[in-house]
Structures are given as C-alpha cells and as structure tokens.
Design a protein around this ligand. Structure first.
Ligand SMILES: Nc1ncnc2c1ncn2[C@@H]1O[C@H](COP(=O)(O)OP(=O)(O)OP(=O)(O)O)[C@@H](O)[C@H]1O
Ligand SMILES: [Mg+2]
Length: 165
C-alpha cells in the first residue's frame, strides 16, 4: 500500500522536466524511482529534469538508453537511468545486471518498471504518466515507504509554488 499519493498535471514538456528537477534538487540520499505510462508520455523528459536537479553536467543529453538499457551519469548523487521497454524475461533482467544497480548508493530511475517481478522494489516512488492531450500529461505519484512519503510531501509543496507554464 502506498503511504502517500499526489497528482500533478503538466501542460508542457518544460513543466514535466521541472517536476523532475524539483525532485532531483530535493533528494538528499539514494533513491529508487519507478516510471510507468504510455509511450511518449514524458518519462524520459522527467529524467532529463531529474538529472538537472542532481547537477548532472549538461554535456550529457539524456535520451532513453536504447542499446545499453542502463546509462550512468555522475552528479551530486550518481544517477542510473534504466529503460526496461525491450526486456522480455526475468533472465534478461539478470543479464543486464539490474540487481547490482539496485544495490548502488545512487538515484535510480527505471522506465517501464512494471516489467519487474512484483516485490522487486521495496521503498520507492512510483510515477504513473498519462497522456491527456498533445501538451498535457497527468502524473500520479505514489510513495512506498516513510522517507519517500516525506520527500513527496516536500516535492508537492515546491511544485505548487514553482511550476511555471
Ligand atoms: N506535458 C508534457 N510533458 C512531457 N512531455 C510532453 C508534454 N507535452 C508534450 N510532450 C512531448 O511528449 C514527448 C515525451 O517523450 P518522452 O521520451 O519523455 O516519453 P517517454 O514516456 O519516455 O516515452 P517512451 O516510453 O517511448 O520512452 C516529447 O516529445 C515531448 O516533447
Ligand atoms: Mg523514454
């Protein structure tokens, strides 16, 4: 059961990036972030903002990790960007070494995390992205764990005051 839920509507890609940036800037420790939702709903855009909030150098341009499935960026906290879209079996998950990544002291953002076997992630924040229109996205955020719940509370506050069109 999620300990906290909030919903944010964004009206541009920049706003979705801002939500990621606010989360990244608020993070003080290692963290797991699960990202799910339709193709083109903004998961990668969110990770671009997250990287900015974690002070990842702008020389890195963040796209979905097409061939490697896992990309790694140095920042205020190390960022791992995982994309499980092409994963078809638990065996493949073992082959890409996700288990090892999940034990790193880092921020780990996982697109298509619903492909993981149930219970793989303990404490984490889960984002569900939904297309509303060309430029609007509904983002439901669920906190699993008390530190995650407190973090979500802080992010909600900042989003309310800082999100600009
Ligand atoms: N409010 C919005 N938030 C995020 N992206 C938006 C928004 N409005 C329009 N877009 C556009 O939607 C697309 C989102 O693409 P993105 O790669 O982030 O999606 P994704 O969820 O990672 O898709 P995939 O599942 O294919 O990896 C971009 O082309 C972006 O410009
Ligand atoms: Mg993507």
């Amino acid at each position: 059961m999620a300990e906290r839920h909030t919903q944010i509507i964004t009206h541009s890609v920049a706003q979705t990036q801002s939500v990621g940036q606010i989360l990244g800037a608020t993070l003080k420790q290692a963290f797991i972030i699960a990202l799910n939702g339709d193709l083109g709903s903004g998961k990668t855009a969110f990770v671009q903002g997250l990287a900015k909030g974690l002070d990842v150098s702008e020389k890195y341009y963040i796209t979905s990790p097409t061939f490697t499935l896992i990309n790694e960026y140095p920042g205020r906290h190390h960022l791992f960007h995982v994309d499980l879209y092409r994963i078809e079996s638990v065996l493949e998950l073992e082959e890409i070494g996700l288990d090892e990544v999940l034990h790193q002291d880092a921020v780990i953002a996982i697109e298509w995390a619903d492909k993981l076997p149930e219970g793989t992630l303990s404490n984490h924040l889960a984002f569900q992205f939904k297309l509303i229109s060309d430029e609007s996205r509904q983002i439901d955020i669920f906190a699993y764990g008390l530190p995650e719940s407190n973090l979500l509370k802080a992010v909600e506050k900042r989003v309310q005051t800082e999100l600009k069109e």
